[in-house]
Design a protein around this ligand. Structure first.
Ligand code: V4E
Length: 254
């Protein structure tokens, strides 16, 4: 199961107008800038995102599920495994039974998620979380599964991305600007096995030092800012579960 996707180790940072200059100074190679729309889906009671699972369809790339590397401690991850009867629509529990480890309390600010892209694995995981058996007709068809499971789009936005590769540190840096008025940088390492994560975290810290980045302040991701602006109830629920970084009031006014 853990072999069904690569592991993304990533840390966000705020970048200024000199970011490109600094990256080039370290020998980072720019790739063509790209622009894509992401659409995120969840059930109306946010069961997937409250379990820290992020299902999206990215223009030009297809379906992708980001799952936490380790199951959240104590979080209600699968209705099926808990032998819960399927509650009537609209009457599901809105919160994990025990809060997961809050983002702020983690040793590193870098996040680690498994990226699942195999359609069959995506459907299997989503069904597992919702306690539903996938039917033969759609067990490897994510779009059909989304329909059958009653998932709804809760976020849709366009990102303009400038990507840089640092071959020496085996890292990539994305400078992202979203159409809802937020910009955030991401230093990213992709690894295949969990044992490689600590070393990836070190490479990320190393680049942060070389770029003179503030690696100690938690930076809200694009989703935190998006939900805070457009889906405040969903944002609050995720904040209460400790799954999103708080967006400062100043970021709202930009
Ligand atoms: C994992 C996650 C979400 C899904 C989107 O992840 P993110 O890294 O923000 O997006 P993106 O588009 O840069 O992905 P890529 O192109 O690199 O594949 S939305 C929220 N999370 C969890 C999360 C969090 N709560 N806080 C922080 C700082 N990061 C991720």
């Amino acid at each position: 199961d853990s072999a069904s996707g690569s592991i993304e180790v990533e840390q966000k940072f705020l970048f200024g107008p000199d970011a490109v200059q600094k990256l080039k100074g370290l020998g980072a190679m720019p790739e063509a800038s790209v622009s894509f729309r992401d659409r995120y889906y969840d059930v109306p009671d946010w069961h997937l995102t409250l379990a820290d699972h992020w299902l999206r369809q990215r223009e030009g790339a297809g379906w992708e599920l980001k799952s936490p590397l380790r199951p959240l401690e104590g979080a209600a991850t699968s209705r099926g495994q808990q032998n819960l009867p399927e509650p009537p629509a609209g009457a599901r529990s809105h919160e994990p039974q025990h809060p997961p480890q809050p983002l702020e309390g983690r040793t590193h600010l870098a996040t680690q998620y498994q990226e699942v892209t195999c359609p069959r694995d995506i459907v299997a995981r989503v069904c597992g979380l919702l306690g539903v058996d996938p039917a033969a007709g759609w067990q490897s068809d994510v779009a059909r599964a989304v329909e059958e499971l009653g998932l709804q789009e809760f976020a849709s936005f366009v990102t303009q991305r400038c990507k840089y590769r640092l071959a020496s540190l085996r890292l990539t840096v994305d400078l992202d600007e979203m159409d809802f008025g937020y910009a955030v940088g991401e230093v990213e390492a992709m690894v295949l096995q969990e044992q490689e994560v600590p070393e990836a975290l070190e490479r990320i810290q190393e680049l942060g030092i070389r770029l003179g980045l503030d690696m100690k302040s938690p930076i809200p991701g694009k989703m935190s800012v998006y939900l805070c602006k457009f889906r405040p109830a969903h944002y609050e629920a995720l904040m209460r579960a400790g799954l999103l970084r708080k967006v400062r009031a100043a970021a709202d006014e930009e």
